[in-house]
Each structure stands twice: as structure tokens, then as C-alpha cells.
Design a protein around this ligand. Structure first.
Ligand SMILES: [Fe+2]
Ligand SMILES: [Fe+2]
Length: 165
């Protein structure tokens, strides 16, 4: 069974490729096709981490509470930028501004997770637990295919930490 951190890194690589594909999209139809799939994946990924990764990290990480507070705040910024993009015609200046905000917030966030939260998580989890959470990760994606039953609402970072520690 896959380690949850490997599944998360797979998603992160897919996000980088998705933003690169936007650079190559040549008309609104292509932009919309790439962005809709990427935005949905970004939103589901954040929900999956909030359901499966961070509840564990917040309790067991060396710096779990701070890392979790930061991550939820970053997820909110990315969610807000995605929601903003949907208010504007694809390819318009306002649309690009929102998409670039999502891209910059996401790039910064991936680096923080890969250099902070995930190393901390790996140091405090067994191989068995990582596989068990990997299985839950895959199930989460199956249950919420195309975002089914997810609302992608922002979460209060402090409240989230209090509820999960
Ligand atoms: Fe992530
Ligand atoms: Fe994240």
C-alpha cells in the first residue's frame, strides 16, 4: 500500500504540471479545460489533507500546531483565489490575477509542506500508519470524486487546531 506522503507528493507534482500546462494553453477553451481540472484537484487535495494528514500532525509533530495553523491559512488563500477566478470570464485580466494568486500561494505552500510539515510527519509516524493513512487518502478521493459532498469552505485555523489537538 502507498505511503500517504508519496501520494501527497504525487499530487504536488501534478499541480506543478497543471500550472505549466496553463502557460501552454492557447485559447479560452484550453485554459478552461486545464484550470477546471487543476482547481478541482487543488480543492480536493486541501480537504483530504485537512481530513487525514493534519489531524495527525497537529497532535504528534514537533511543531505540529504551528505547521497546521499555517497550512490551513494557506489552504484558505488558495481556496479564495480559486473561488475568485470563477467570478470572471476565463482569460480576462481579473481571471489571470486570481489564477496567478492561486499559483503563487500554492507554490509557497508546497515548499512549506515539503520542507516542514511532511518531514515532521515522517519523523513521527510508523510505516504502518503511513500506509493506513495512504489507504484512507485513496478512499477519500474515491468517495469525493469530482468534489462530491465537499463544499470547499475556508476553515478558521485556530479553531481547527483546537478541535483536532
Ligand atoms: Fe499538499
Ligand atoms: Fe496543503
Amino acid at each position: 500500500m502507498d505511503d500517504i506522503t508519496a501520494l501527497i507528493l504525487d499530487d504536488h507534482a501534478a499541480f506543478r504540471r497543471g500550472f505549466a500546462r496553463l502557460d501552454d494553453a492557447r485559447d479560452e477553451t484550453e485554459l478552461l479545460a486545464v484550470w477546471e481540472a487543476l482547481a478541482l484537484h487543488l480543492d480536493i487535495h486541501a480537504e483530504a489533507e485537512e481530513a487525514i494528514l493534519y489531524p495527525h500532525l497537529v497532535r504528534h509533530g514537533d511543531d505540529g500546531e504551528d505547521e497546521t495553523t499555517d497550512a490551513i491559512g494557506d489552504h484558505n488563500e488558495i481556496r479564495d483565489a480559486i473561488a475568485e477566478s470563477k467570478l470572471h470570464p476565463v482569460g480576462s485580466d481579473e481571471w489571470w490575477a486570481a489564477v496567478w494568486k492561486a499559483r503563487r500561494e500554492n507554490s509557497e505552500h508546497l515548499a512549506e509542506e515539503e520542507d516542514g510539515a511532511l518531514p515532521d510527519f515522517r519523523r513521527h509516524t510508523s510505516v504502518e500508519l503511513r500506509a493506513e493513512l495512504g489507504a484512507r487518502w485513496l478512499t477519500f478521493y474515491g468517495e469525493h470524486k469530482n468534489g462530491r459532498n465537499l463544499t470547499f469552505d475556508d476553515k478558521d485555523p485556530q479553531k481547527y487546531v483546537q478541535e483536532h489537538r
